[in-house]
Design a protein around this ligand. Sequence first.
Ligand SMILES: [Zn+2]
Length: 723
Amino acid sequence: MYNPQQVKELQTATLKWLNNKNISVNEVEELRNILRFHENRYYVMNDPLVSDFEYDSLYKQLEKFEQEDAAIITRDSPTQRVGGGLIKDFPKTQHLVPMLSLENSYNANDLVDWDRKARELSKLDTIEYCAEPKFDGASISVIYENDQLLRGVTRGDGETGDDITANIKQVRSLPLSAAFSKYGIEQIEIRGEVLMNKSNFKKYNDLIMEEGLPPLANPRNAAAGSLRIKDSKEVGRRNLEAFLYHVSYHTTTDNRQPTTDKRKQAPQNSNDRTDIEGLKNQQPATSNQPLTHSGMLEMLWNLGFRSPKKEMKVVKGIEAIIKYVEEFETKRDELPYEIDGMVIKVNDLDLQDRLGMTSHHPRWAIAYKFKARQASSKLLGVEFQVGRTGAVTPVAKIQPVQVGGVTVSSISVHNEEYIREKDLKLGDHILIERSGDVIPQIVKSLPELRDGNEKTIPFPTTCPVCNDTLYKPEDEAVWRCVNINCEAQVVERIIHFVSKDALDIRSFGEANVRKFYSLGLLKNVPGIYTLDFDALGKLEGFGQKSIDNLKAAIESSKTQPLHRIIYGLGIRYVGETTAKTLAQAVSNIFDFADYTLETLQQLEDVGVKVAGSIYEFFKNEDNLHMLQQLKSVGLELQSKKAAKREGNFNGQTFLFTGTLNQLKRSDAEEMVEQNGGKIMSGVSSKLNYLIVGDDAGSKLEKAKKIPAIHIISEDEFLKMITT
Ligand SMILES: [Zn+2]
């Protein structure tokens, strides 16, 4: 959307605003344009040119101007995304054009048939098609009027949906204003999909699971649920994204009366849940407006929307389409977001109009569905597992079934409430889903298939491992065994400690922990470091080579950084992120023994519950004793922070690229660290210095586009060291 000249100007203006605090309020619109530009770079292009910190400081400057004089606030100012207070309810709104469902196809033959019909009707030999991903999120329509975002609506029943305008404004890839007037468009309705990308979905699920809540089955549910939250600030925290992929309606500035005849043909309802397309544009296009679907997607992209411009492909004939969609399916898992198929549309808008629609679906578009990642199975039984924090988790044993290429035979069903909500009974037919790399989940039971022999799932009142009475705090969903010496918990704690994200002792693994424990060769976490290797050598299947590997892996785990050890302790609510925060806060792990609840809560993202859990852990003498033991066997319980070196590079970041002539790369990096600087792994706006050697490549090219990076030679770097 921005040409190189504009990018240069806006970046120059950015630096001006970042460096000069005395800019006049008259230039406030320039500041807004700068912020819009950086939102586009970050949320649409996925290629930010300023750091989060720099963006925030610009945003705060704008906020300050607007607070001083409310009269200067414009409706599309970047500050106006923030919703005021809680939303009471979402009023029903009619779509300008009904959101219809597309016909589904499941294989190449379906597509060939569909193409044949379209060619017969149009009397054409070949048709030009546009294929694009079928996003797996929540469908929306947005309306812009006189270049301003007017309204955002959920799909609802296709005719009417919920007005979610306040929440839709939290989707930062959606511009609050867009210059449709340049194209002679006055009012426009655009269809799209709101989604949560895989990485944000995983973070979100990790977060709710740390709180003891069941995770969501798929990013689609997460997106749909997020759009209906009544606190739009919370919606903002969910990091939703939107792809806009279809213009369903528009009026032009020269003719304000839209024709509505085609609406009568639209079905009132559709049971098909496939994504919806509206009817065709109802205005004859003037010379300004695109004449093809792909042209519309280009237009949206140029106006700052995230349209599938990069993902779409325009080709002639169905054979090329089939090749493209099959190719795309193989790359499905590499995408940062979930898709469940492709949508193929007749590219020429005039031909779309001529093809019209059947009683249910438009004839000019079809959905091509990828292989399902849902499958039905039967719930055979439920086992109860005791985790490292004593939580008793029901695990459903199901009739083994293939989902997305993996055989699934057991699925966590989290807790009693979850079982009740999903209405699960022993013997039930169930629908399961495996979404990308997310663990499989039960979507729902199918009560209509019951024959009366289904049984309620019994929940134990005592620990299935140690028989102690189970206990459930009032505000929690999970039953717990509170016997700290419960075998199951001890074993799970050791398994967690050696796991990949904790101490990463590779040759150990869950099976070995269980085996050694059951034989009395391993009793607790510190016991990992005092294993009797002679005794292990006598076990069946343990040759000298596996003993050597195990020894080496255990030995090298002693140098793991503090945050991995803290995570490995398995303190409740302390995930990897919190573990990192904690490791950075102290120079020695034993410092936490002196921390109060208040000091803990001053740490980033540590709330009351998390602080309470950490506090309890370090008040417990047994835990402190265990840490002493770990220290005495040689684990590094000091933070690297204690050894942090000081120098004139403090707070500065560096990256080397190309071949250095005078220094070895590792020596040069060591010099940076000795002077208090930090080595970055790649070029980003957080980088301060790029040191360029011979034959530098893409890193240099990328750095040239970011004015804030100082690009220097090896000589200049050496000069910095000596001065
Ligand atoms: Zn127990």
